[in-house]
Design a protein around this ligand. Structure first.
Ligand SMILES: [Zn+2]
Length: 68
């Protein structure tokens, strides 16, 4: 499943921006890409904070700020 990486020609949504998020488990804040193509884990506790669902990313934690 993970061996196939599909690159899309067009970005379907204009939501490709960076988000500052706070981990609900350890309180760590970090900046993530809102349209990441793969899961993003908390740098401190390893909890998944962004889940890639194949095109649209799902934020699983608290968004502090949207960086433009
Ligand atoms: Zn954490």
């Amino acid at each position: 499943m993970a061996h196939k990486k599909r690159i899309k020609e067009l970005i379907p949504q204009p939501k490709s921006r960076f988000l500052r998020v706070k981990c609900l488990h350890c309180g760590n804040q970090q900046v993530i890409f809102g349209c990441a193509a793969q899961d993003v884990n908390c740098e401190v506790c390893g909890k998944i904070i962004l889940q890639s669902t194949g095109g649209k990313a799902r934020i699983l934690t608290k968004i502090i700020e949207v960086l433009t």
